[in-house]
Write a protein that binds this ligand. Structure first.
Ligand SMILES: [Zn+2]
Length: 355
């Protein structure tokens, strides 16, 4: 079954297939030409660094309790913390974060926590009321997306392409609800910043700074662990740059609007988001998608791991595109190193699809 996240997120933009949701402009390609050949050689440094900094100390006797919202926040927090604090996750991996409803256990967890780490940008809609119910005046909340400029997947089209590509956006403009949705998107931004390794560096640094403020006794540990993880993120970023610069402007379609940050960073383009309805695709929807594929020379249609949907399969045949799987990391393994494995799998998928 399709996860509700994907269906619901895309349905905010109307029914059927939208020919263009996020035509992302070319990002700077000049910065994509680094040639450091040592960049892929140190993926195992972070665990060792964590070991080195997690030796028993007086502080470990009174560990603070940190709750995180969903998988990426758990992984990044755990990477920063090592064994210096207790880290919990509110949204169990495998449970949909976009539509999540909090449980009484979540309220209890926040009520007894010192720190809460959230992605922010409107992702964790369940959080406001849950925090209120927890009534924990000592709780400090870390917004991992602090100082990150959110992308709006619609505004680039509106601002930069409306005149030249008016014809293509007729479908968008016809809907009376569009204006309100645009306002909403501007207010919240797209939350999927964790799929851009460079923005994850900022998220990890935000988590580090918040933890140091809440638990200064473990400052050195948080700093060392963060530095090690950021080094791994730098390596990952270099791998993405070096690989995807070979296929500039590679264009793809998804059914989950999760990849605009990744696309912008590496000069590829997410041109359309396909809504997968419950029953069947209307012929006009299929035709719109076919037109988008032709016009933008779309190379790939991406689903997600664990998603098996007959409509997607049939659409991929109509579009004459191979259906591949990109991981949005909203579910998976909780090991901080899983981030790098999943992202390298994504890179391989993109490389193959974009050839
Ligand atoms: Zn999502």
């Amino acid at each position: 079954m399709i996860r509700t996240c994907s269906r619901r997120k895309t349905s905010r933009h109307g029914r059927g297939i939208l020919p263009l949701i996020g035509l992302l402009m070319l990002s700077l390609s000049a910065g994509c030409t680094q040639s450091d050949t040592n960049q892929t050689t140190t993926p195992q440094q972070s665990p060792q660094a964590q070991e080195a900094t997690s030796t028993p100390s007086p502080q470990s006797l009174r560990k603070i309790k940190v709750v995180t919202t969903f998988l990426p926040m758990y992984m990044f927090t755990k990477a920063v913390v090592g064994n210096a604090a207790d880290v919990e996750i509110l949204v169990p991996p495998g449970t949909e974060v976009h539509e999540y409803q909090s449980t009484p256990e979540n309220v209890k967890a926040i009520a007894t926590a010192n720190v809460l780490v959230e992605n922010g940008l409107g992702l964790e809609e369940f959080l406001d009321s849950t925090i209120k119910n927890a009534q924990n005046p000592k709780l400090s909340v870390i917004d991992a997306s602090k100082n990150i400029q959110p992308l709006n997947e619609i505004s680039p089209v509106e601002k930069t392409s409306k005149k030249e590509e008016e014809h293509d956006h007729e479908h968008d403009e016809k809907s009376g609800t569009k204006a309100a949705e645009h306002d909403h998107e501007h207010a919240e931004g797209n939350p999927h910043v964790w799929l851009d390794p460079v923005l994850v560096k900022q998220q990890v640094a935000n988590i580090r700074d918040g933890l140091i403020a809440a638990d200064p006794a473990n400052k050195a540990t948080y700093e060392a662990n963060t530095a090690a993880y950021i080094k791994q993120l730098d390596n990952l970023n270099s791998e993405f740059q070096q690989t995807l610069q070979k296929t500039p402007s590679c264009t793809f379609i998804t059914f989950h609007d999760a990849f605009p940050y990744l696309a912008k960073r590496y000069n590829i383009k997410q041109v359309a988001v396909v809504e997968i309805p419950e029953d069947q695709l209307a012929p006009a929807d299929v035709q719109n998608a076919v037109n988008a594929v032709k016009k933008y020379k779309v190379k790939a249609l991406f689903s997600e791991p664990g998603v098996d949907n007959k409509l997607l399969t049939s659409l991929s045949k109509d579009l004459n595109l191979t259906l591949r799987s990109l991981n949005s990391l909203e579910t998976g393994n909780t090991d901080p190193q899983y981030y790098f494995k999943a992202m390298r799998d994504n890179l391989q998928t993109l490389e193959t699809a974009c050839q």
